[in-house]
Write a protein that binds this ligand. Structure first.
Ligand code: NAD
Ligand code: AHE
Ligand code: ZN
Length: 375
């Protein structure tokens, strides 16, 4: 198949909110600096649902969504040296070129090399898509497009991992789990003894809990409007549970009262701008830091009284938990193999690519964390 167009199955989002359609898609061979991957397993993340809903200002249709996956390199384009056919890989929506201003800054995991192309659904070299259906181009998504049996990604967006790792599990290390762990370890840098509040106990929030537990947090307060989340949350390290619906007072006040003036660190893992405000305002005066992890819809803006920041609270955000993708995803895979981080525990459902619309429905059910699709 090397150098040839491959026709395979992919789930195409033709229009916002319309069921995805499994189509025969043509996947062009990788060009210079590109890698074609046989995707074996992909999970769904809330961000896929967000873009599918039409609320993502970067959403383009028709496209192939998906960004939390694992697979095997099928072929590589000219000049690709770090991976070869047969390598086990995780596609990374956050690239790492190690050469751009961002990568060299030592201050961020964001990479500037391919972002201008991945944000508009094309490949960098010719600003065209490698996906088509009978000649009609289909946009890429987040530089990954994993809801397809084959995808083409930039070489700076591929993490080569230990072939011993089960791909049906470590696909989760492509997004949600690293995001939560890294928000704690890299972005907030939570110290031992800290009091932590987590708003939203989906996969990302639970990974924050796990990260906070390993960082030695003394109290981990989980906040969710779905009380059924608490039993699972305990297994990930949450020590106390608050349902805002059980209280008359604003949730920030409830948390401040519970913690003698506020928490050391809070994390918003929902994508709701009013909760983002509450998460900041429940932080302790003088030092409390709030990290925004959730992705809010187009047009939404955050606000608070500037006095909140003047008096020492800090507002931050995180993308992929601040992890340098190509360098650190393989390290996370090793940690999983050594049983130092959970992954299996986040997988509540297993379906096939053909059942993807059912998988999107499941996401809205309380009992679903991650659904992994066999592609
Ligand atoms: P999820 O839907 O599984 O979890 C969200 C949780 O929030 C649910 O348990 C829900 O009951 C709860 N919730 C909803 N409204 C609430 C409210 N008002 N108060 C308290 N709890 C509330 O989603 P997820 O997959 O865990 O992702 C969480 C967010 O993180 C999404 O916005 C996703 O797009 C974003 N995300 C960001 C990054 C990043 O790099 N920054 C990476 C992955 C995901
Ligand atoms: N396209 C959206 C923003 C989406 C967004 O914030 N994406 C996160 C990853 S979410 C993964 O589930 C991210 O990493 N952002 C940094 C980046 O470079 O995209 C919008 O609002 O325009
Ligand atoms: Zn995601």
């Amino acid at each position: 198949t090397q150098g040839q167009v491959i026709t395979c199955k992919a789930a195409v989002a033709w229009e916002p909110n319309k069921p995805l359609v499994i189509e025969d898609v043509q996947v062009a061979p990788p060009q210079a600096g590109e890698v074609r991957i046989r995707i074996l397993f992909t999970a769904l993340c809330h961000t896929d649902a967000y873009t599918w809903s039409g609320k993502d200002p970067e959403g383009l249709f028709p496209c192939i969504l998906g960004h939390e996956a694992a697979g095997i390199v099928e072929s590589v384009g000219e000049g690709v040296t770090e991976v070869q056919p047969g390598d086990h890989v995780i596609p990374c929506y956050q690239a790492e070129c190690r050469e751009c201003k961002f990568c060299k800054s030592g201050k961020t995991n964001l990479c500037g090399k391919v972002r201008s192309a991945t944000g508009v659904g094309v490949m960098l070299s010719d600003r065209k898509s490698r996906f088509s259906i009978n000649g009609k181009p289909i946009y890429h998504f987040m530089g990954t497009s994993t809801f397809s049996q084959y995808t083409v990604v930039h070489d700076v967006s591929v993490a080569k991992i230990d072939p011993k790792a089960p791909l049906e599990k470590v696909c989760l290390l492509g997004c949600g789990v690293p995001t939560g762990l890294g928000a704690v370890w890299n972005t907030a840098k939570v110290e031992s003894g800290s009091i932590v509040a987590i708003f939203g106990l989906g996969t990302v929030g639970l990974a924050v809990a796990e990260g906070a537990k390993t960082a030695g947090a003394s109290r981990i307060i989980g906040i969710d409007i779905d009380s059924k989340k608490f039993d699972t949350a305990k297994k990930f390290g949450v020590t106390e549970f608050v349902n805002p619906k059980d209280h008359e007072k604003p949730i920030q006040q409830v948390i401040v009262d519970l913690t003698d003036g506020g928490v050391d660190y809070s994390f918003e893992c929902i994508g709701n701008v009013s909760v983002m405000r509450a998460a900041l305002e429940c932080c302790h005066k003088g030092w409390g830091t709030s990290v925004i992890v959730g992705v809010a819809a187009s047009g939404q803006e955050i606000s608070t009284r500037p006095f909140q920041l003047v008096t020492g609270r800090v507002w931050k955000g995180t993308a992929f938990g601040g992890f340098k993708s190509r360098s650190q995803v393989p390290w996370l895979v090793e940690k999983y193999l050594k049983k130092e981080i959970k992954v299996d525990e986040y997988i509540t459902h297993n379906l096939t690519l053909g059942e993807i619309n059912e998988a999107f429905h499941l996401m809205h059910e309380g009992g679903c964390l991650r659904c992994v699709l066999k592609v």
